[in-house]
Ligand binder design. Structure first.
Ligand code: ATP
Length: 255
């Protein structure tokens, strides 16, 4: 286990969006979070990636308490999350979008920028090398020079992955990585997710596409009204009576 939540809770006014959730993210596995709309998945994600502060409970990363760390510190520890593709710079190239990702790992400051110091030049070079490496990994090298505005939705998803990978993460959090793409593209993004895990990266994702999740995930947690309803392997979840009642509507993983 690489990350653990203990009794994690988030309240928005009177609404408890996440309630006493105990969850373990297994290292080098695909850990999925599913649940109906409004179940608290995004809120849970935002809690573990430092975007929201928990109301109570604990988050441990490799045994270290990171419950109250801000998002930038959480990212520095090796937890990266993808945002919606709308967070990309549309009028910049794919390459330039990805170069930004590795900036997290650099130290040059305003002084270095003004005087174009050796440190700045070396770090710029490292950012470029990293960008080239992750573009190759995500199979985007051939469109590195294109503006993000001109590429397909599936390619934008890959750019979002590449941006996260450029931060050299240990865990990547993917929020609905295949939303808005067709079945063939979904399959090729699932392949890319498996490739990340084979490289030693831990993946935690939210996804609505049940069939994809059942094929891809090693472990699944089901949230319902902010609470953990079930946790287990895809086949355990698929057979779980409570899950079928609350979420799958009696139709199994056919969605
Ligand atoms: N910033 C916020 N302020 C107030 N309420 C919020 C906030 N964010 C989420 N909520 C509420 O918390 C509950 C859980 O929302 P959340 O977005 O985490 O669910 P979700 O499972 O990700 O849903 P979906 O699948 O529709 O994205 C919802 O009732 C939502 O309205």
């Amino acid at each position: 286990m690489i990350l653990q939540t203990k009794q994690l809770t988030k309240q928005f006014g009177g609404l408890v969006a996440v309630k006493n959730v105990d969850f373990n993210i297994e290292k080098r596995k695909v850990n999925a979070i599913i649940g109906p709309n409004g179940a608290g998945k995004s809120t849970f994600f935002n809690l573990i990636s430092g975007v929201h502060r928990p109301s109570s409970g604990q988050i441990l990363y490799k045994g270290e308490d990171i419950t109250h760390l801000p998002a930038n510190k959480v990212a520095e520890l090796g937890l990266a999350r993808t945002f919606q593709t709308t967070n990309l710079f549309e009028m910049a190239t794919v390459f330039d979008n990805v170069v930004v990702g590795h900036r997290l790992r650099t130290r040059s400051n305003f002084f270095d920028a003004i005087f174009r110091t050796k440190r700045l030049k070396e770090e710029e070079e490292r950012c470029k090398q990293k960008a080239l490496e992750v573009l190759k990994f995500t199979e985007l090298s051939h469109i590195g020079h294109q503006l993000v505005a001109n590429i397909s939705q599936e390619e934008k998803k890959r750019v979002a992955f590449a941006l996260a990978l450029a931060t050299e993460p240990e865990i990547v959090f993917l929020d609905e990585p295949t939303a808005g793409v067709n079945p063939d593209e979904t399959e090729s993004l699932a392949y890319l997710i498996k490739k990340m895990v084979n490289q030693g990266i831990t993946v935690c994702l939210i996804e609505h596409k049940m069939r994809m999740i059942m094929d891809l995930a090693d472990r699944i947690m089901v949230l319902n009204y902010g609470e953990k309803l079930a946790e287990g392997t895809p086949s355990e979840i698929n057979k779980n009576e409570e899950v079928i009642r609350a979420y799958l509507g009696g139709s199994g993983a056919s969605a």
